[in-house]
Write a protein that binds this ligand. Structure first.
Ligand code: NAI
Length: 397
């Protein structure tokens, strides 16, 4: 079977198993070249581990620190002529490389929002991880909907402004064409739905379940991911429904910190850089912003992909020397991994370019090609070294 990309809107409905495996191998190669401090994570649980920031967190914990890992995600294997999801292939590639490196790695494929997946994960920690506990819990779920484990209510997440309509420019991933989008403000129900899916309630439920089961190690660290971004994306992101969800995440971080305090633990939110992932491709305007950002940060030599970010984040969380974490924490107690993105010089340059951007100037001013390539790579396409004309044998599908 020859597998080609099939893009629908902001998602690719096919994934290439060999390309995904090669992607993971390259990320693992980078992590291996950055050994972490001796006092790093040894047993990590990553919730949302099959793509984007979660996959890179797992790779960094395992291959920089030698951590045993459990990854939770919701992915689909291939069936007949239908390929599996990229995350399914990523998990498989990760497990293979971990086994080759002698690292313990187990994956749970199911709905992280459910009580049954939490119970299955607790059992795995008890039975498969050294000492039956975890010392790092990463929460990196990005989902379109959530079934509440107690009420059964189904909530949907939307990306909309709050209070007033929003009009702005965005680019089509496949064609690189620019277009204008207008989005009506969210209703109260949509805001509440987005908070229920992308806010911190499920992270809190996970930490409560892990705590009650006695599988949190003394000194456990838990981290969940957030985004703030510049004024340009404020109306659609931080000032919109997603921002409400991220405010909720900040509140829950404080609650979780007090739950783990008696066992010497800590919990915080890490504000990460805007990067091309399946989740961020769905946000209008952000692809155009990322294209401008990529061009500037690549030119400045400060560009990072998910794995570079997560390696640097763990270096801050587990510093070589005591106290190195402190300067990177903002007044709200958040770890600021977006420091290079939010550098005032970088942001000033983006604001200046924003007014000049048009279909004609796009190729010159923005790295739309870099955006497009990263998008396809998420699904295992356009990965250097992979022969896409070659037949993919059945067991790989
Ligand atoms: P992603 O789409 O690459 O990965 C999402 C993960 O969640 C996947 O592993 C997927 O399998 C898992 N997942 C989704 N629904 C699930 C369910 N019901 N049960 C189990 N697993 C499920 O997303 P990305 O971009 O890595 O986002 C992760 C976090 O990072 C989010 O909180 C996002 O807001 C945040 N973030 C993302 C940024 C970006 O630019 N991509 C920037 C800063 C923060």
């Amino acid at each position: 079977m020859i597998i080609a990309p099939k893009v629908r809107g902001f998602i690719c409905t096919t994934a290439h198993p060999v390309g995904c495996a090669e992607n993971v191998a390259q990320m693992v190669g980078y992590a291996k070249s950055c050994p972490g401090a001796a006092e790093g994570p040894r047993r990590a649980l990553v919730i949302g581990a099959s793509g984007g920031y979660g996959l890179s967190s797992r790779i960094a914990a395992a291959f920089c620190y030698g951590a045993s890992t459990i990854g939770v995600s919701l992915e689909r294997p291939g069936a007949g002529q239908k390929t599996g999801t990229a995350g399914f292939y990523n998990n498989r590639a990760f497990e293979k490389l971990a086994a080759e490196a002698g690292l313990i790695a187990h994956s749970v494929n199911g709905d992280a929002f459910s009580e049954s997946v939490k119970a299955e994960t607790v059992a795995l920690i008890k039975n498969k991880l050294p000492g039956g506990k975890v010392d790092l819990v990463v929460y990196s779920i990005a989902a379109p909907r959530r079934t509440h484990p107690v009420t059964g209510e189904v909530f949907s997440s939307v990306i909309k402004p709050v209070g007033a309509p929003f009009t702005g420019s965005t680019i089509q991933v496949l064609s690189g064409e620019m277009s204008e989008v207008t989005i009506e403000p969210a209703t109260e129900g949509e805001i509440a739905g987005t908070v229920a899916v992308m806010g911190g309630e499920d992270w809190l439920l996970w930490m409560e379940a892990l705590g009650e089961a006695g599988v949190l190690a003394h000194g456990v660290t838990s981290v969940a991911y957030s985004y703030i971004g510049p004024e340009l994306t404020h109306a659609i992101y931080r000032g919109g429904t997603m921002g409400r969800a991220k405010d909720d995440l900040d509140q829950k971080a404080a609650q979780i910190a007090s739950i783990v305090a008696p066992i010497g633990g800590r919990a915080f939110v890490s504000v990460n850089k805007a990067l091309v992932t399946q989740a961020s491709s769905a946000i209008p305007v952000v692809p155009l912003y990322i294209s401008l950002l990529y061009r500037i940060m690549k030119r400045n030599g400060t560009h990072e992909g998910c794995t570079e970010q997560m390696v640097r984040m763990l270096q801050r969380i587990y510093p070589e020397r005591e106290g190195e974490l402190t300067p990177a924490i903002d007044q709200a107690g958040r770890l600021r991994m977006d420091d290079w993105e939010m550098n005032p010089k970088v942001q000033r340059e983006i604001s200046e370019l924003w007014g000049k951007i048009s279909p004609e100037t796009l190729p010159e001013l923005a790295d739309a090609e870099g955006y497009r390539k990263d998008f396809f790579r998420l699904f295992g396409f356009e990965v250097p070294g992979v022969d896409y004309g070659a037949d993919v044998p059945e067991p790989l599908i």
